[in-house]
Structures are given as C-alpha cells and as structure tokens.
Design a binder for this molecule. Sequence first.
Ligand SMILES: *[C@@H]1O[C@H](CO)[C@@H](O)[C@H](O)[C@H]1NC(C)=O
Ligand SMILES: *[C@@H]1O[C@H](CO)[C@@H](O)[C@H](O)[C@H]1NC(C)=O
Ligand SMILES: *[C@@H]1O[C@H](CO)[C@@H](O)[C@H](O)[C@H]1NC(C)=O
Ligand SMILES: *[C@@H]1O[C@H](CO)[C@@H](O)[C@H](O)[C@H]1NC(C)=O
Length: 330
Amino acid sequence: MNRLILPVLFAVLYQVYGLPLNTEEDEYLFKSWLSQYNKKYEINEYYQRLQIFLENKKKIERHNAGNHTFSMGLNRFSDMTFTEFKKFYLLTEPQNCSATKGNHLSSNGPYPDMIDWRTKGHYVTDVKNQGACGSCWTFSTTGCLESVTAIATGKLLQLAEQQLVDCAGAFDNHGCNGGLPSHAFEYIMYNKGLMTEQDYPYKAMQGECRFKQGLAAAFVKEVVNITKYDEMGMVDAVARLNPVSFAYEVTSDFMHYRDGIYTSTKCHNTTDMVNHAVLAVGYAEQNGTPYWIVKNSWGTDWGINGYFYIERGKNMCGLAACSSYPLPLV
Ligand SMILES: *[C@@H]1O[C@H](CO)[C@@H](O)[C@H](O)[C@H]1NC(C)=O
Ligand SMILES: *[C@@H]1O[C@H](CO)[C@@H](O)[C@H](O)[C@H]1NC(C)=O
Ligand SMILES: *[C@@H]1O[C@H](CO)[C@@H](O)[C@H](O)[C@H]1NC(C)=O
Ligand SMILES: *[C@@H]1O[C@H](CO)[C@@H](O)[C@H](O)[C@H]1NC(C)=O
C-alpha cells in the first residue's frame, strides 16, 4: 500500500506545487547555463534560481512547439521571474510621452519596401548593454544621436549614456529609474552637448554629473516628435531620414525572445503603458508580415545579435505611442 501511495503522492505534489524533482539533465543544463553567463549562487539561491530557470525553460519549449512568428530561447535572463526583470531592466512608472501633435513633417512617399541603416553605410554603432539599470532610454537616445550625427558628418561616434543617467534629471528623467529619449534630446539641446563614451564611461548606476563642456562631442539643434500613434510617420522618418527612437510595452514573453517577428496579444498599446525604449534602424517584410528592425540594449547575446523584429503597421505594443529623433547641430 505505502509503496504505491508514496510515488503517487509525490507525483501529485510535483504537479501541484512544482516540487524540485529535477532530473540530472535539467541540473546539467542549468550548470552549463550558469557557467556560460559567469554566474554563481549560494546553495539556497541556487535551488530557487534552478526552479525559475526550469519554469522559464518550460515556457520557452511550450511556445516553440506552437505556431508563432517568433521563437524563444534561453538567454541571460532565464533565471529571473518577469517581476524581477521588470524591476531591474524596465521603466517602472508611466512616462509622460504623449506628443498629441508632433512636429515631424511626413512626405507622401512612396517608400522603399525595406531599409536597413546598418547596411547603408557606417551609421549604427554596435549593440551595447545597459546592465541592471532602467537606463534603456539613454541607449535609445545615444543610438539615435550617434546615427543622425554620422549621417550628417560621416563620422560615427560612441556617445555617453552615463552623462544622461547622471545629468538629465531636470528634464523629467530619472537615471536608472527611467526617462524618455525625447526628454533626453531636449536635455542635450539645452545643455549644449553630449560627451563620448570614452570620456564619460558607462557604469550602470547613477552618480554625480561630471559633464565637461569642453569635451562635448555631439549636439542637438531641434527635437522632432512624431505624432502619437502615427506609425506611418515613423516609416516616413526611417525611410527618408534616419533611425528613430521609440518606446513600447515589454511583457513577460518578450524577455525570452530569440528571433523572428515579435507579436503579442498581451501587451497594451497606449502611451501610459510603455516601459522600454529602443531604436528602429530599419524595416522590411517577410511572408506578407511587415516588421521593424530594432536595436536593443541588452547585449549582443540577446535576440538576433542584440536586435529584434517586431510587427509593423498595428501600433504593436504601443510602439508608435512616443517616437522621436533629434536634428543634429554640426
Ligand atoms: C501557422 O500560422 C499561420 C499564420 O497564422 C497559418 O497560415 C498556418 O497555416 C499555420 N500553420 C499550422 C501548421 O498551423
Ligand atoms: C510626469 O509629469 C508629472 C508632472 O509634471 C511629474 O510629476 C511626473 O514625475 C512625471 N513622470 C515621470 C515618470 O517623469
Ligand atoms: C516632444 O514630446 C515631449 C514628450 O515626449 C514633450 O515634452 C516635448 O515638448 C515635445 N517637443 C516638441 C518639440 O514638440
Ligand atoms: C489598441 O488596440 C485596440 C485593440 O486591438 C484597438 O481597438 C485600438 O484602436 C488600439 N489603439 C491604438 C492607439 O493603437
């Protein structure tokens, strides 16, 4: 009797509570994942992280077994819950980003079927890594200013996110707790310049402002907002002018993105829900599905060498809610 009941009881507990009955294979996978990302845990946290890792792995496998336009994979975030991920990497407060009436002037097209600023010339810097700091907005900002400056001057600089983290607070920005590219462009315009990465290195934490006017290397003449929800305005700007900064809402599935065209039925699409800022460097279409080519700031080992594709034309996850770019002063 006992011999029968115990395994059944265990199986039930496992199903109901997800008790740690890990296979050796699972632990082996987790251990090689830990060494791949150079992580170490004390024994208690090790088992806690292992459980989260296995939950995420299950979710990824379930997703990949389905019929989706994008796939998921293990990455450096695979031992975090989405709640933790949100806290460390995303904007946590609603942002004041509604440009009810933007100042971008669209042409009437026609637009090319695809454009990719990475291959048009030396206009896009390598993907960077924001670390555990809600500073995505600074990377979206530098990425865009780097590109518009390179397009205007032929010189591709690496610009300083850390200056924005430390110094741009007077423009409704909050260091590692979030901010907006359009507000950061205004800071750069009124502050009269942004230094280079080399002169003001990135630290993934907020410190005292160490801006030196004499070392300013890139400048903003004007901030251009694209009217909220005008996704064709974004197409117009990216097709004719330069990459464009935008914000959107990241939900739990996005954390595991590996490749393909991201779409979601869970995310919201309004200005008050955006929680991550990135850079559209181009667009294209695959099997009739239009998409954006987007530079992220989670390192090159996330997504498609640090990039992702997201469906275009539907204000997917609010991606057209607040987009902007600067005119460079050269
Ligand atoms: C997968 O989804 C696509 C688009 O929704 C559909 O056209 C296709 O028939 C589906 N394939 C399978 C095997 O269900
Ligand atoms: C939005 O604007 C209000 C009013 O100016 C301000 O109090 C609030 O801190 C702003 N929110 C953010 C996230 O910057
Ligand atoms: C652009 O939009 C931001 C809100 O994201 C606003 O604070 C700023 O005044 C706007 N700038 C222009 C030039 O309209
Ligand atoms: C947001 O999505 C809903 C549901 O699909 C749609 O009805 C609405 O028009 C969208 N709003 C915006 C601003 O894109």
